[in-house]
Design a protein around this ligand. Structure first.
Ligand SMILES: [Zn+2]
Length: 602
């Protein structure tokens, strides 16, 4: 499951009623847990994209499908290969030289300047133009590029945006014009060759830090050379032009009027950015159980995970250790295998065929499922429904979440039937969009059902291990899903796709500068009624300095009540480095308040 787009489940309790017949075959909890254990073993290296471990997991899946005599349904046998980006790195030839009146100066990478990972790789030599905050904001009748010729030039801009922008909206939050990607696109659209960003005015106690390479997410290539330079470098340029950076910035903020200008032609800059994008080929694994028609049901789960931890790890201090991903999502992958075993004897007997899918690239952004719907290996219009399992191994108190219930016309009655002997407390939500692979299918108007046992404290951490898997409950859930699958495979009346009015997806924190200042807590994804529980408080962080500890539940941040992680993220984004915020937590049920001084992210 992806970290970024967690969506709360709208609760809608399904009716569960009397008894019904079950199939003769039943899921085997020991066999199931053994599969989870094998998929989450150290040799699988956390099944990260580009690792041998992911390939080993893939070969395990193929071997099982072969043993079950399922037909290959990929491009090369069971495999559907596709390329993914696993990261970016700076190559040796990143250079920045300035021809100043005092002579040529070579800036040092990581000390004076740093490229952004989404910069184009190119060499640019051109004059510099200052374009304020780099904003073209029609809604504020403000344009840093008005009357400015930046074609073929290098544009220098400040981070954030004119103070007046946020003053004009109700919540005093930074607008999209403060986003680095917005600035990059605007500069590129005005014909600039390169964009330099400087921090400019610092908040109290803030250092002029360079962004760590790769720490700001963005597209693979934003289409313009883009670097950050330190204020000291820029100060010298302003002085050479007879100006002061500080004064110019203050003037823009006070008036909300642009103060753009071209630096003297005697100040050309030569800039070379040299970035290598690292890629890997990964495979979806696809197996086919023929039925009596070419219509088919899809049963899927992603088998990739975070490898040794990446930007999505929720145990940042343990990046480098294998993140075994037993629940996320060896549990769903083993579920697909178990269902394949249960259904394989039905070869040729079910009315419809069944396509078993194991996706790669999920943790990088649902890439495997996106690839399959883009290049389907069976006709998309013959797919009657898609069942996705992502994190089904940690059923607690018999609670199971089902998503997508509103996307298929017959799902309600199919589930009612299947639940008759399933001793679970189901919570269903009608919508089919969330942070796992079924989202790719609902986008293609295929009805989806998503099974999920809930978030927990080990989510996206090295502690998501096989021994914490609840085998007996998962096996009972798989029996219930098998019942759903058989009904969907055999019914005369397949579900028709229904559009569910979705809550708007959470606004993407695209582009960076968007996370707000540094607080220092790591959220616990275990269930909390109201608030955000801390699983970790980083040493020396603002939260630690204020005395907060792991286990505290954040309920109030300044004047904002905090009910969930979205509230917290939003409140943090509306804050600035240096702000002192009254923060209220519950510790052992007792309220506790302390002032936290927010710091800069490093
Ligand atoms: Zn995940």
């Amino acid at each position: 499951m992806l970290t970024r787009v967690q969506r709360p489940f709208a609760v809608l309790t399904l009716a569960a009623a009397a008894l019904a017949a079950s199939s003769t075959q039943q899921a085997d909890p020991n066999r199931y847990v053994n599969d989870v254990k094998e998929l989450a073993s150290p040799e699988m290296e956390g099944r990260g994209a580009g690792t041998k471990g992911l390939t080993r997991a893939e070969h395990l899946l193929e071997k099982r499908y072969k043993e079950l005599h399922l037909d290959p349904a990929g491009v090369n046998g069971y495999e559907q290969p596709f390329r993914v980006i696993t990261g970016a790195r700076l190559k040796s030839d990143n250079a920045f030289s300035v021809m100043a009146p005092s002579g040529k100066r070579e800036l040092k990478v990581h000390e004076d300047f740093v490229p952004f990972s989404f910069s184009s790789s190119s060499r640019v030599s051109a004059p510099i133009v200052f374009a304020g905050y780099g904003a073209t904001a029609d809604e504020f009748h403000y344009d840093d590029y008005a009357g400015l010729d930046v074609k073929g030039k290098i544009v220098l801009v400040l981070r954030y945006e004119p103070a007046g922008f946020s003053g004009k909206n109700a919540h005093h939050e930074l607008t999209q014009h403060s986003q680095l990607i917005t600035k990059a696109i605007n500069a590129r659209n005005h014909g600039a060759k390169a964009l330099i960003v400087a921090n400019g005015k610092l908040n109290e106690g803030e250092e002029d830090l360079l962004t760590r390479f790769g720490s700001v997410s963005g597209p693979e290539n934003v289409g313009i050379v883009m670097v950050q330079v330190k204020n000291a470098v820029v100060d010298a340029w302003f002085q050479a032009a007879g100006k002061s950076l500080k004064e110019v910035q203050e003037q823009i903020n006070a008036s909300t009027n642009p103060a753009s200008f071209a630096f003297p032609d005697s100040l050309p800059v030569s800039l070379n950015v040299d970035i290598e994008t690292t890629r890997a080929t990964v495979d979806n694994v696809l197996a086919w159980l023929p039925g009596q028609t070419d219509e088919y049901l899809i049963i899927g789960a992603h088998y990739d995970h975070l490898g040794r931890g990446n930007v999505d790890s929720l145990a940042p201090s343990q990046i480098g250790q294998v993140h075994p991903g037993a629940d996320d999502n060896a549990s769903g992958t083993a579920g697909v295998l178990e269902l394949a075993r249960l259904l394989a004897p039905e070869r040729g007997k079910l009315k419809r065929s069944v396509l078993f899918m194991d996706f790669a690239g999920e943790e990088l952004g649902l890439l495997g499922s996106a690839e399959w719907v883009k290049q389907p290996t069976r006709p998309l219009d013959k797919a009657v429904a898609m069942i996705n399992m992502d994190m089904i191994g940690r059923i607690k108190d018999d609670k199971v979440y089902i998503g997508g219930v509103g996307t298929g016309s017959t799902f309600k009655s199919v589930l009612d039937q299947a639940e008759k002997e399933a001793p679970f407390k189901f919570e269903a939500s009608p919508g089919g969009y969330s942070s796992s692979d079924h989202t790719s299918f609902v986008a293609k108007k295929i009805p989806v059902l998503f099974f999920f046992s809930g978030l927990h404290s080990d989510y996206h951490k090295p502690s998501d291990t096989w021994d914490k898997i609840n085998g007996p409950s998962a096996a009972r859930l798989l029996d219930m899903i098998e019942n759903v699958a058989v009904q969907l495979a055999n019914t005369d009346q397949p579900p028709t796709f229904q559009v569910v009015a979705e809550e708007k997806p959470l606004g993407g924190i695209s582009g960076g500068g968007g996370y707000g200042p540094y607080f220092g807590s790591v959220p616990d994804f275990g269930q909390v009624e109201n608030g955000v529980k801390f699983s970790e408080v980083r040493p020396n962080s603002p939260a630690a300095k204020a005395g907060f500890k792991a286990g505290d539940i954040l309920v109030q941040f300044g004047d904002k009540p905090i009910k969930n992680l979205y509230d917290f993220t939003d409140a943090l984004r509306r804050s600035k480095v240096g702000d002192v915020v009254e923060v209220k937590v519950l510790r052992d049920g007792q309220p506790l308040t302390a002032s936290v001084k927010l710091e800069q992210r490093k």
